[in-house]
Design a protein. Structure first.
Ligand SMILES: C[S@@+](CC[C@H](N)C(=O)[O-])C[C@H]1O[C@@H](n2cnc3c(N)ncnc32)[C@H](O)[C@@H]1O
Length: 684
């Protein structure tokens, strides 16, 4: 997830570069802290006089700027929704009402309440009953017109009946009857009929409940997926990780994860929420801004038309923290074409108040001790940034980017602690300079933004979901053939401590907002538990892997496949089998035995003892059949069952054979696909 400087940044960087004479350049090069770098750049006349307006106007990225709520647009979409209803196309109506809501200005509460009422009707027809009730609740809380309330109370009552929540249904029918008194626009006969029907329902319900001894209503169905859990105990020092993981340190490799005991393939090793994460602009109206889940029934931000949330909880979290500041600057950020990495660097600030950073700044350079908490910025601050290896040009480039992000923070009201309420006007971009009253904040927060940009270069992860094709009627959704789609960028502080291997031992996927890391191999106590930063040895040649890792992550990979020149999957030979030497002394050697070998006791070239390959072959005789069963379970979407089979096979393989060989990686690859199928997905 490298920063890419598209949009108007290229020109901005070039202009500033050209304005810097040798003295200025030297002055900048001699600066030793991030704070000083940002403060110095901000003080340059070239920055202060840089006019962004024409760049923004010319920029072809990121859509419109500024973007405002738009009642006319909202009404137009609502009308289209109503037309869809007339055609009986409830799914389309649901979509159009949701789109309409996004554009309703905050003060138009009645308009919004009508949209929630209309959407609740669509949801009810689509048999999404819990969601119907949620929209009715929202509609009533927003002051839905009194003369229409009988409609939503009646819908609520009937929805509760379907859910067998009869006690609540009684109250809703009673409310329907009261609301009918105010239903001025309803003609007399219809009103009378509804009243009679509701009374009849009340009678039936009351009788039924008395006969049944007044049982309690069932609990509302929970729609949010349960929080994933580590199966055993957590590591007390790194609570996001299992006690099967510890973090070690080596001068060359820095921190890295190892196994505290034997780990079996399939075990969950880490579950973590991001410290910060940012959804890509293109998903901002389809996925929750806060947890990245696809929202089929989105809740709009009341203040901007830019983002949606999956629930009141996510909306509240965002509004109380980062989104209050980002709400009005998002269009400018997207228009600028800056990468999601830059946005995360900003979010790492906006999610906490300025005072928080003031408090921790005094001793931020001291490594924190104690429990390693995901939510503690100080842990993030000490992630790898390779500051000592950076060139002056690198610092200059990132500092220029920081100047823009600092300007955005000023515009957002962050430095004053007062989120702005109005969209940004183009004339506010006459200068990249920041008001001098914010000089101290610019140095502190700007310095942290610059640090964040460096940290994110090496520690950010992509958040993805599986996009699966719509199943044919009566068929299961086939998730293992889904396409992984990059939705967001995020930083997971504990996972960021795992080093890379081209033959990783884990797979990661997303479950709600959590990243879940599972073992895809059996890992021995003391062995490194490595993840993968991109290139895998089975598909990418060694030179390319090494070059990519060096360029992106600044290290020389010395994993086993790199050291031992393991072949690509396609080049793995099937002419012989790689038996582990099974002498009674521990011997690391591999005994390569041709398939057509006639002998069964083979001498090890290293320890000179004999390995009984017949015994090994016997233990493997069922693996082909087991693999077929695992594959069949996977094809039927029975992922848990398939994973169990693959785990059993790996156990047998590991007792006898030494990788790399094709059937081992076939099994791992299929197990990975099954594990990914357990994570977030959407149907396209
Ligand atoms: C996400 S961090 C991993 C944790 C890091 N080692 C630490 O101490 O915080 C990525 C950085 O770790 C180092 N690293 C990761 N994998 C490595 C490997 N296989 N060998 C050597 N260094 C590695 C590199 O410096 C890389 O830029």
């Amino acid at each position: 997830m490298c920063a890419n400087y598209e949009g108007f940044f290229k020109k901005f960087h070039e202009t500033i570069d050209n304005c810097m004479d040798d003295v200025t350049r030297n002055n900048f090069a001699n600066l030793e802290t991030n704070s000083k770098r940002v403060a110095y750049l901000c003080s340059l006349p070239a920055i202060k006089s840089y006019d962004l307006r024409s760049d923004i106007e010319k920029s072809e990225t990121g859509g419109e700027f500024p973007v405002k709520k738009d009642l006319e647009k909202a009404r137009q979409l609502k009308d289209e929704g109503n037309k869809a209803v007339q055609k009986g196309d409830w799914a389309k109506a649901l979509q159009l009402y949701s789109q309409s809501m996004v554009f309703v200005p905050r003060k138009e509460t009645e308009e919004l309440s009508i949209l929630y009422a209309n959407r609740s009707a669509a949801l009810s027809h689509l048999e999404q009953y819990e969601e119907t009730l949620s929209d009715i609740k929202r509609c009533l809380s927003l002051g839905y017109p009194r003369h229409l309330r009988y409609k939503v109370y009646e819908r609520k009552a009937r929805t509760l009946l379907v859910l067998k929540r009869n006690q609540e249904a009684i109250t809703a029918f009673q409310n329907t009857i009261s609301a009918l008194d105010e239903a001025e626009s309803l003609n007399k006969e219809k009103r009378q009929k509804m009243r009679t029907d509701a009374k009849l329902m009340l009678e039936i319900l009351n009788k039924g409940l008395t006969l049944a001894g007044n049982p309690k209503d069932p609990e509302p169905l929970k729609k949010t997926p349960p929080k994933p859990k580590l199966p055993g105990k957590n590591n007390p020092q790194y609570p996001a990780a299992s006690e099967a993981i510890q973090i070690d340190f080596d001068e060359k490799k820095g921190r890295y994860a190892t196994a505290t005991r034997d780990i079996q393939a399939g075990e969950t090793l880490l579950i973590e929420r991001p410290f910060s994460g940012v959804l890509l602009g293109e998903y901002s109206r389809t996925h929750c801004q806060n947890c990245f889940i696809k929202c089929s029934i989105p809740l709009p931000c009341p203040n901007c038309p830019n983002v949606v949330f999956c629930s009141e909880k996510c909306s509240d979290t965002a509004q109380k923290t980062y989104h209050s500041y980002e709400c009005q600057i998002l269009p400018l950020l997207w228009k600028s074409g800056c990468s999601v990495t830059c946005h995360i660097a900003l979010r790492m600030i906006t999610q906490n108040r300025k005072e928080y950073f003031n408090e921790i700044s005094a001793n931020i350079d001291e490594k924190p001790t104690g429990v390693y908490k995901t939510s503690d910025y100080r842990n993030i601050y000490h992630l790898v940034a390779h500051e000592d290896e950076r060139t002056k040009q690198d610092f200059l480039h990132r500092s220029q980017m920081t100047v823009f992000l600092v300007k955005l923070l000023e515009i957002s009201g962050y430095f004053d602690g007062k989120p702005r309420e109005k969209p940004v006007e183009i004339d506010e971009l006459k200068s990249m300079g920041v008001d001098e009253k914010h000089n101290e904040a610019v140095a502190l927060i700007g310095g942290l933004v610059l640090k964040n940009l460096q940290i994110l270069q090496f520690n950010a992860h992509e958040v993805f979901e599986l996009q699966c094709p719509k199943p044919r009627v009566g068929k299961n959704i086939i998730k293992h053939n889904g396409k992984s789609v990059f939705l967001a960028g995020a930083i997971f502080p504990t996972l960021a401590l795992f080093n890379h291997s081209c033959d990783p031992s884990v797979v990661r996927y997303f479950c709600g907002p959590y990243i879940v890391v599972k073992a895809v191999k059996n890992i021995k106590k003391g062995e490194e538990v490595a993840e993968n930063y991109g290139p895998i040895f089975t598909t990418v040649p060694k030179e390319n892997r090494q070059a990519d890792l060096k360029e992106q992550y600044w290290f020389d990979c010395t994993c086993v496949p790199c050291q031992q020149n393991w072949p690509l999957y396609e080049e793995m030979t099937e002419n012989y089998m790689r038996f582990k030497c099974d002498s009674d002394r521990p011997c690391p050697n591999v005994v390569a035995v041709p398939y057509d070998c006639q002998e069964f006791m083979i001498k090890c070239g290293l320890c000179e003892q004999h390995t009984n390959i017949l015994k090994g072959l016997k233990s493997l005789q069922d693996t082909d059949m087991m693999y077929k069963l695992g594959r069949a379970a996977m094809e039927e979407g029975k992922y848990g069952e398939a994973i169990k089979k693959f785990v059993e096979i790996l156990k047998l393989y590991d007792a006898t054979l030494a990788p790399p060989y094709k059937s081992y990686y076939d099994c791992i690859q299929d197990m990975r696909r099954c594990m990914l199928a357990l994570g977030n997905y959407s149907i396209v």
